[in-house]
Design a protein around this ligand. Structure first.
Ligand code: C2E
Ligand code: CA
Ligand code: CA
Length: 727
């Protein structure tokens, strides 16, 4: 048997040697048995069973469990000398099978010369109140005579006698034999056996255990258990040992690290070891290599791919998925971001509140993080509190920042740890995948570096690995803050561009066009800020403001200019999808909402529903920018528009391009057939206006007539026009 030191192994021997008096069975200390005669038999026997028989069975069961593994021979011998029971050591001593021991009489193993002495000793023992000692030679089935000491005593029933047989050479010899047996078992075991001492140092491993981890036995002995684990395992170790010290035996899945660095997933049954005085001596584990059992490929796959604590993918699965995502990004030219997240105060909290609380915190934190992502993104736990995220298929960097910001926000909300409120901040490092680069390790390293940079700046922030991205992110962050402030401080402002009736020359409508009076950058046009507001989602709040403002203006003009006056406002696809709560307002009669074709792509059910809501409020719908991009006439068939607005690029060409003019004429005729009114946008010349009038276009909007105007200028213009018409 391989052992750390002789004295350590003798220590174990001695604890076993105590077995007959302080019996131990499968690691449990058993109570000292009461003398058999003193043990009470049940007074009332169930029907048909004699009290004696019951007592006998009880004794046998007791005999079995107590003495089966003892290193000394134990026999229960009937009054006629038949061997009723023998323990393992006893059967081996005589060379008989335990199951067939009733075929033998005990005296047939006594050296013939001493038989008379034995008979008289046996009958005295049967009738005596006290156990009796005697020395004999017993004959093994193989024929050799062995000197033994017998200790025989009546079992109290008068029916049988128990005999303890110890080799004269003493307990040491018996123990050696016993150890020999255990050594055989331990060496040939197909499970790993691992014993640690009270300081979690390896005091014993069997050959199977050493080969499972790729070591020689000598290399493992004396090494701390933790040195065969990764950081995550070490994290769990303290809790596991704590449970062992408090006497808990358990079976669980555990990962060890093979000498060559790869992970070995095992199923481990661990038992604490205590001495007779209740002192914790260490623990013993039976370890099975799960990859070897192959009984459940799913389990092995799951263990190999997922983190046991959080249920998140582990490093192995993460790297697999990352590889797939990079290939996808290569094919689709989409953006792929890798986020490395460190929970800033995690180590401290774990130390203060203990391992289990730390685990619970980690589970909750990762749950919150997952809540910020789309279903197609991946969150994985690589080790310890280091979590990584892959965000694929992105259109713009602002999406990465939105996710990172949401993560920081959710983590900042206090956690409840058994009644203690704790706060967490995170450092998020972001690395963007460079298409076709295929360098995953470099990408991971960059994300980690950026994460450390975020920590160095005080944590609770995200940082890009590339400085130019960091700079752009800072600019975007500034813009987001500026937009929020603009809304709060009403830096937004609406200009109205008149739309004239080509039939009467009157101003019958106005299109609301948004401007931003930026305190530093001056007056900004929609192209300067709307695409950004769209990417951050701020467009929805801005749109609500525009809606309220234009409906207010609309009501005013329906009084001052004409009760049939209309105001058009633009809505992006995103606004249209967002909650139309603003549209639930009253007084929308005369409002026209302009959408372009991009709003028609995607969820048509939602669109139809939204447009029906608008209609119910008296709002009309215009299809904007018709003729730009990939205009499809089929849209006009499916969605009931009221107006069609011909794109200004088409209008700009009609005075010098006959084909374009023909196209415009056809569009106008077709729209009329479908019951739509047509607005020509961007009319800049008298010729364009004349051509459109000839083509029966209903309305015109453009610089030839008027630029987008301030409300005061608009009022002035309307008043002048009305006065002219009156003359
Ligand atoms: P749009 O809906 O096509 O609006 C017409 C644009 O053409 C306006 O640009 C207007 O100033 C410009 N325009 C008008 N007449 C002429 C002309 O004769 N020649 C030329 N070259 N341009 C003319 P603006 O104000 O810069 O708006 C740009 C776009 O921003 C709008 O295009 C619209 O799509 C969007 N937009 C404006 N306000 C809002 C808003 O409140 N919400 C949303 N979602 N989008 C808005
Ligand atoms: Ca428009
Ligand atoms: Ca337009």
């Amino acid at each position: 048997m391989v052992r750390k030191t002789d004295s350590a192994s003798r220590g174990r021997q001695h604890s076993v040697a105590a077995a007959p008096h302080a019996p131990s069975y499968q690691g449990h200390q058993l109570a000292e048995p009461a003398p058999w005669s003193e043990r009470a038999a049940p007074d009332i026997a169930p029907c048909g069973v004699t009290v004696e028989r019951l007592r006998y069975e009880e004794e046998q069961a007791y005999f079995n469990e107590l003495h089966l593994l003892a290193p000394i021979g134990y026999f229960l011998v009937g009054f006629d000398g038949t061997i009723l029971q023998a323990n393992l050591a006893g059967a081996e001593m005589l060379g008989i099978a335990r199951t067939a021991c009733a075929q033998y009489r005990f005296r047939s193993f006594i050296e013939p010369a001493s038989l008379a002495d034995f008979d008289s000793y046996f009958s005295k023992a049967l009738n005596a109140g006290k156990p009796k000692h005697c020395r004999f030679h017993m004959i093994h089935a193989r024929g050799e005579a062995v000197p033994v000491t017998l200790l025989a005593s009546a079992d109290g029933s008068g029916q049988a006698c128990r005999i303890v047989v110890e080799r004269a050479a003493g307990r040491q010899a018996a123990l050696e034999q016993c150890e020999e047996r255990f050594r055989r078992m331990v060496h040939s075991a197909q499970e790993g056996i691992w014993e640690i001492d009270a300081s979690a140092t390896t005091s014993f491993v069997n050959p199977k255990m050493a080969s499972m981890l790729g070591y020689r036995i000598e290399d493992m002995l004396g090494r701390p258990l933790a040195s065969f684990m990764d950081e995550e395992g070490k994290g769990m170790l303290a809790d596991n040992l704590e449970r062992r010290r408090s006497g808990i035996a358990e079976r669980h899945q555990f990962k060890f690290i093979h000498k060559d660095g790869h992970a070995i997933w095992t199923s481990m049954a661990t038992n604490p070891i205590f001495n007779g005085a209740g002192c914790y001596l260490g623990a013993l584990a039976l370890v099975t290599d799960l990859a070897e059992t192959r009984q459940s490929p799913e389990l092995a796959w799951e263990l190999a791919s997922f983190d046991a604590l959080t249920g998140l993918p582990n490093r192995l699965m993460f790297m697999d998925r990352l590889k797939l995502e990079t290939r996808k990004a290569d094919r689709q030219f989409s953006l792929l971001a890798l986020l490395s997240i460190d929970l800033n105060q995690f180590a401290d909290i774990r130390q203060r509140h203990g391992g289990p609380a730390g685990d619970a915190l980690l589970v909750e934190a990762t749950r919150r993080l997952a809540g910020c992502m789309r279903g197609t993104d991946m969150l994985a736990r690589l080790e310890g509190d280091n979590v990584s995220v892959v965000l694929g298929g992105l259109d713009h960097l602002a999406s990465v920042e939105r996710v990172a910001q949401a993560m920081l926000g959710l983590l900042a909300q206090p956690f409840d740890l058994d009644g203690h409120r704790v706060a967490l901040t995170a450092s998020i490092g972001v690395a963007m995948y460079r298409p076709q680069s295929n360098q995953l390790d470099a990408l991971l390293a960059q994300a980690d570096q950026a994460m450390h940079a975020a920590t160095a700046q005080g944590g609770n922030r995200y940082a890009y690995a590339a400085p130019e991205l960091q700079y752009a992110a800072a600019a975007r962050q500034q813009m987001t803050a500026d937009l929020a402030r603009a809304l709060a401080k009403t830096e937004f402002h609406i200009l109205y561009q008149p739309i004239e009736s080509l039939e009467t020359g009157e101003v019958v409508m106005a299109e609301a066009l948004l401007r931003w009076r930026h305190p530093m950058r001056g007056l900004l046009e929609p192209a300067d800020f709307l695409p950004f507001a769209e990417s951050t989602g701020q467009i929805v709040d801005i749109g609500d403001w525009v809606f309220r403002e234009t409906t207010r203006q609309l009501r005013q003009w329906r009084t001052s200019i004409s009760p049939s006056f209309k105001v058009c406002m633009n809505q992006s696809a995103l606004q249209l999808k967002a909650d139309a709560s603003a549209a639930a307002a009253d007084g929308c009669e005369g409002m026209v909402i302009e959408i372009n074709e991009s709003a028609l792509l995607g969820d048509t059910d939602l669109l139809t529903q939204r447009l029906a809501q608008y209609r119910a409020l008296g709002i009309q719908i215009a299809l904007d920018d018709f003729g730009a991009g990939v205009s499809s006439l089929s849209h006009l068939k499916h969605v009931a528009f009221d107006y069609l607005k011909i794109d200004r690029d088409s209008v700009a060409r009609i005075d010098h391009d006959d084909a374009e003019l023909a196209l415009c004429e056809a569009i106008i005729a077709m729209a009329h057939k479908l019951g739509l009114k047509v607005v020509a946008e961007g009319v800049e010349t008298a010729l364009q206006r004349a051509l459109l009038t000839d083509a029966k276009c209903d309305y015109a909007q453009g610089y030839w007539f008027a630029h987008p105007l301030e409300v005061a200028d608009f009022d002035l213009m309307a008043a002048t026009l009305t006065a002219q018409n009156m003359h």
